[in-house]
Design a protein around this ligand. Sequence first.
Ligand code: AMP
Ligand code: MG
Length: 439
Amino acid sequence: MRAAILAIGSELLGTERLDTNSLRLTAALDRHGVELRKKSVVGDSEAELAAEVRALLGRVDLLLVTGGLGPTADDVTREAVAAALGRGLHLDPEVSAALEARFRAFVRRMPEVNRRQAQVIDGAVVLPNAHGTAPGLRIDTRWEEREATIFLFPGVPHELEGMIADALEPWLAERSAGTARSSVTLKISGLPESEVEERIAPAYEEFGRESITILAGGGEIKLIATAAGPEGERTARLAVMADRLALLAGDAVYTRNADDTLEQVVGELLRQAKATLATAESCTGGLLAERLTRIAGSSDYFPGGVVTYSNAEKSRLLGVPPELLAEHGAVSEPVARAMAEGARRSFSTDYGIGITGVAGPGGGSEEKPVGTIHVAVAGPGGRVAHRRFRFPGGRERVRWFASQLALEILRRLLLDVSRPAGSTADPGQVAKAVESLWR
Ligand code: AMP
Ligand code: MG
């Protein structure tokens, strides 16, 4: 079964309101393995709506419409769908009586405009609305030699939710025979989208181009694999897909759980390694410490960090030699290294992270343009890993990317020390990769 969703309301075309109803409808379709082919948003125009209904009916078997069932003149869904199907409308006495009863129950007289909500498209099944006045409608029809079903639902989000549960889910369940759609998400950091794409290309061939999605944002990549089918079969297929993608993408994959964050995974690795971490931040102003402490219980491995924004404080609190600052400038590899070592020493931890950079928008130079970041991680045995990077974007993005890079370097270093559960990485390869990071 192929489905489309049509969200109706001129406010949804403006800048004030977002169509969130379609997300609820999509989740219901997923639960029953129905493939969503298209979503449309149309304003309260009868002609536009009728045209869109006709266009969508040519492409799908199931059309879910939300909005425009209210009592006011701008609610024209009933009329538009009737026109699209070439059907009439009639006043349904039962719906009308139910509306009046609902108003009586709230000790109110029914305004005459509400009578419109008792208009029913000829041949439609009325779907009671337990949470509001406008009932929904279901229309079974033939369109271009095929059977098609249209559901009309109210736009008020909580009314829609009620009707998804009461009317849509049971109807879908009867047809899906235990089939559902679900997905697994692999999260990747430290690789650009194009490189992830290159690495996983064989999986497109093996599982089908449309079953895998790559989403980039916030300095990380999500690889989403989707499968439809009965529970057992589907979970098995998703596991095979996830294993294959993880193998192809390598140890850049930091989790197979969509809800995990990088700071959470790094925290878990520190815990497993029984190691501790301290931070010294300049341009990120504490963002890294903030992220680390989002995780409850992080005091087990993160005693603290410092924000040293001025050169003087870099020297006073972290022991960065003033000559180093004078010679190389605050945004430099030697200073990042000295900050990381200073953090490790001051807090007596196993690891120390130093971040210094030019977040912008001002302060850049030819040699050190805006977006230049130095991240250093000092570790056991006096070794220090360092990476210089230049990130695009505004101040907030640069700061976020810097914190992301710091977490990612530490994660990679820790892979050698604490082997994550379920890791398929070759220990020899991991050790080699980590060795090259320390250099
Ligand atoms: P309606 O049923 O079109 O009169 O919509 C009633 C209320 O629900 C209005 O406040 C709309 O903004 C809201 N609404 C309608 N459609 C949607 C939608 N697709 N997503 C979120 N809210 C909606
Ligand atoms: Mg509306």
